[in-house]
Design a protein. Sequence first.
Length: 565
Amino acid sequence: MTANDDYIIEILKDVGLIKSEQIEAAKTAAGGRHQSILDVLVEQGIISKLEVLKTVAMQLGMDVIVLADHEIPQEVIQQVPAAIARRYKVVPVFDSENTLSVALSDPLNIETLDSLRYLLKRNVDGVVAAEEEINEALDKYYGRAEKSMEELLQNPSQSADAQVRVDDTADETVATDVDTPIIKLVSLIIMEAQRSRASDIHVEPLETRFRIRYRIDGVLREMEPPPKRLQAVILSRIKLMAGMKLSEKRVPQDGRIRINVAGEDLDLRVSTVPASHGESIVMRILNKQSLLLGLPKLGLFADDQQIFERLISSPEGILLLTGPTGSGKTTTLYACLNHLNRPDRKIITVEEPVEYRISGINQVQVRTDIGLTFPAVLRSIMRQAPNIIMVGEIRDFPTAEIAIEASLTGHLVFSTLHTNDAPSAIPRLMDLGVKPFLLASSIKATIAQRLVRVICEKCAAPYTPTEREIGLLGNTASQFKDVKLLKGKGCAACGQTGYRGRKGLYEIFVINDEVQEMIYNKTPLIQLRARARELGMRTLREDGLRKVVSGITTLDEVLSATMGD
C-alpha cells in the first residue's frame, strides 16, 4: 500500500488493530502471492484501508477527509497545476493566506510535501484521503488522464483505440511498421491532440527536458512530456512521417502528414526550426470538420450575417479580411467559399501553402522556388475564366494590382491583409502603391476579425463584473452595471478553463459612394474611421460586448482581444 509497510504494521499492532498471529499468517500468504503483508491483511478483511489511513494519520497528527464530501473551489484547484497534481497524486483542498492543504494517500511520504513546497514556492501541509478518492478527484477537477508516456512505451499494444493509419506513400515503413513503441507514441501524441481539439502541437527540445504543448482554443497547454532520452527518435519519426530529410538539421524544413485518427481524416502541416537544444517542430492540425462551417457558426449575429451574405453575393469587387496571424481569417475565407461553392460557379484559389483541400474548388499552391509567385499564378488563372478568386494574402504591389484588375473585370476576389482594424486596410494598400481611384472603385468592404473563447455551456454560471472590469470598459461601462453576465466555473469538459471553442468578433466596413469619394480624395485614416462609425460600423470591441451580453463570451476575453480599441 505504501513505501513504509513495516512501520505501519507496527503502529497497527501497537494500537491493537491487528495481532501477531495475524501478521505471521499474512506474511506466509504474501510470500506465495508476491504481495505485501499489509495488502494481504486488507484483502482478508482483517483491517480496512480507511482504518489504516486513520491510524497512521492520527499518529502523525494529520486529518483524514472524504473528498466526495467537499466541493473544491476552482481557485483552489488552480493553485496546483495539473501536471504537478498528477505526478505527485495530490489534490489541493483548502487554501488559506499562509498555507495550502493538499490531500495525499500516503501520509508517510514526506518527500511529496517537500517537493510541493519547492515547486509551488509556498507553505504546503497534508491531509489524508483514500487513493481511489484522490484518483476520482484528479479526473473530476483536472480531466481524465491518459496513460503515462512510460506506460505507453512499455505496453504499446494496450492502446487499441490509438491505431492510426498514416497515408504516406513516400515511405512504406510509415504505413506498415505501426507496432513499435516510438511509432505508437508519436501516433498517440497526435491522437490526443485531436481528442483535445488542439489546433497545433508544439514539440520543443529544452536543455533538460523534452516539452510537448497543445494549443487549445488559442492557449498553449503543456502535456506530460516524453523522456528526454527519446528526443532524437521522436523528432526523426515526425520528420519521416512529414517526408522531410532526416539528415538535414541545420536549416528549417516544411512538410505534411496525412493521417486517419479514429476514422477521421486529418492533415498536419509540419514545420521544423533548428534551436539551441535540437529541432523545434510545430504540427498544425488542419481539421476539415472545423473548416466547413456555415456563416452563423463563425459568430456572426443576424444583422451582420445579412450584410456578410449580401457582400459575398456581389458579382465583382474585392472583399478583404484583416487581422493578425491566428485571428481566424482563413477559416472565414473558406466558410465564404464553401457558402458560394456551387456547380454553376468556377472558384480558383491561390495560396501559400494550400492548407485545406475542398472538393469542387481549384486550388493552386504558390512555389516561389520555381517562379510560381502570386502575381504569376494570378495572371495565368485570369485565362481560366473563374467567377470567384481567392488570394491567400496581399503582400506586395504586383499581387494587389492584379487582384484589383481582376475585380474590375467582373470577378469577385477574396483576400487577406495584415492590419489592426478594417479602415486601416485602405491606407495600407496605398502604401503598397495602389492608386486611390482603383481602390475606390474596386473594394466592396474590409472586415477586421479577432477570435475569442466561448463560455463552456456545461459549467456556465452567472457572475457580476468587478469594478476593474467595469473601469476598463470606459464609456460603455454603464450598460453593465446591473447586468448578470455568464462565466465558466471550469469542469472536465473544458479542461478547467471555463471555455470551450472560439468564435469571431467582426468589424465590417462597407464601402459606399460617400466612402469611395473619401478614398479617392485620400482622406486621412482618422477621419475615415470616424465617418465609418457615423455610418454604422461597429468596432471589434462593440461586437464583442454584444457577445458578452448574449452570454457567448466574457469581458476578459473581449478586453484582451480588443486592447487596441
